[in-house]
Design a protein around this ligand. Sequence first.
Ligand code: GLA
Length: 738
Amino acid sequence: MKQIRPIAFIAALFLSLLCQAQEMIRISTSDHEMVMAAYNAGPVHFVYWGEKVQGDAFPFQPGKNQPDTQDDITPRIYPSYGGRHYLTPALRLTHSDGVLTTDLVYAGHTVSVLDENRKETVISLKDRIYPVTVSVRFLAYQKENVIAQSVTLSHSEPSQVVVESIASSFIPFHADSYWLTHFNGTWAHEMQLEEERLTHGQKVIESKKGVRATQSENPSFILSLDGPLAEDSGEVYAGALAWSGNYRLVFELDETGRLGVTSGINPFASELILEPGKYLETPQMILSYSPAGAGQLSRNMHDWARRYGMTHGDVLHPVLLNSWEGAYFTFDEKTIIDMIDKAASAGVEMFVLDDGWFGNRHPRNGDNAGLGDWQVNRKKLPRGIDHLADHAVSKGMRFGIWIEPEMVNPDSDLAHKHPEWIVRSGEREVLTMRNQWLLDLTNPEVQDFIVKTFDEVLGQSDNISYVKWDANRHVDNVGSTYLPADRQSHFWYEYVRRLYDVYERIRAKHPDIMIQLCSSGGGRLDYGALKYHDEFWASDNTNALDRIYIQHSTNLLFPAIATGSHVSTSPNHQTDMLIPLKFRFDVAMGGRLGMELQPSSLVGEEYEFSCKAIAVYKDFVRPLVQLGDLYRLESPYSGTGWSSHMHVAKDKSEAVMFAYCMKYNGRTTFFSTRLKGLDPESVYKVEEINEGNVPSFPAGTLTSTGDYLMKVGLQLRIDKPFSSCVLKISKIPCSDSQ
Ligand code: GLA
């Protein structure tokens, strides 16, 4: 990122000398830093974000002036509406006397070392006239090179202030060109990568869906300066908003050539009334920088996420069988027991009972009834959940169960008992989506109900160790019978805050339970919710070809350990596509491996292959995929028809490489690639694992230096669609390699 251009006018120079920065505030991680210039009772300018600058002298001068005024318009760290900030403001208030503008100036800052890895800097801003305080908080994670930014607003005006918009962060950039990568999608087609060069004006990425807010666009981005996103070169910046409701990311390129990126909760229909003495806190914007392309950026985010952005990110996740595609709503006790038995014999470590196990007066035999009535269906499962969970444990497996506690079918006891708990807009019709309504989480009774439901579902057996938490609709006809008339616009903010309260209460009671984040697939994939979960279900699309794209994009910012990735049947239930079992396994192994099928359908060679693949994953692949470093070798979006990536152990002693052929390129072409992330000096043995009937690695076994593998590379025989290869790369101890 360029520094702000030198000032152009003598008058401005004079002015700038008069108002030398009182303080340069440097927010640093191990390798990078943000720099801000604070002026006594004046602005705090955003000066720089990039690689660390050596030395203490930082002779920053405010930048280019408005030609027709003497005021500098150097970007501030947190621009408010008013004055000469013409981009989308980070903060817009209506003061208690009706005044629409806010003018924030520096009022001090504090730096606290929270522990060996986290340093917190809080910059205090105050309005020049009104008793309004804004604290901009930067939490710098040293080792991971990640900075989390959030804002707290409070005031002591005589009466309420209306918060019209309040962002988590504003980041200004100055470069010759800006390339934005973002992720759109829909059900079963989540996280589709799009890259575009930004032109003058605004590009807005947002959600107004409240729940299932990431189904159409994820609240995250990667920005590449001066050229399209590359894997190993170029200055790139990542942002991921930790918020599970309406959000808005605004990219605004102005006439000076600067880009302002304003990220936060969506102000749409969301005015927030703030009483004197109360405060309002924004979600965190998770930010990271890499001077060397997307690869390093992803590794920063993954390291951060495993330690701070998810639950149990440092322990290996089990291979599981989820019952959904194998049984849907149609099962009885025997169906489930048989699934458990077969899965156990194949080496699967956890069985998850999906939708359909509850509801008696309104049995959950389809998606049209029972939601809200979380008692086991005695007709389907006469001996209850405990019998199934105990059986799984007796087979050496763990047991998990599906819930969707924020929702209710009209055809349920709960909907009849508590019509006032349902999200509704006055007297308007309450629209159903997937035959269900949404419970009003702003209501404390609903919050208690969800916590109680979670407890009661777990209370069915001591042997439940995993919960899949689903949310299969979004918000329309918004409104709450709990919130007062003048607080209806608080619904969007309150829903998410109270959801987080509920998660907090549940996590306090059940710290060891694994919880999967699901929302019709990847409809709630954000770091606000993931913090309380162990993993997410990336998509209901289990078709291996589509999963290559979904997992590639997802893993740009979210780690593989959290990416639920299941082998399903062929033809695929979503796409009808026929894909060989090996390819399906090789793709699913790139995340937290699982199965999503009726295991009795796996017979003969297919069963043998599945057992072998699960063993290979557990023995060698899992620790690397889940806890290692991701290096992308070939993007599925490259258009070559191949996709490849590898995961390398932190100490570079081992690696696993995956390569997939996605289309036919003719008889004379072949896939070759250079490896990454190895130790150039060390000697490695490379061999194919999880092989099919035809070997894909013509060399058989190869021994070579990391340097050779990274400079010359490897050739693979994967030239037919759905051929794939998995390579085991292991360092040979010095004595053996001589
Ligand atoms: C959603 C989930 C699926 C499954 C069904 C059950 O669609 O994404 O995995 O759990 O609900 O109804």
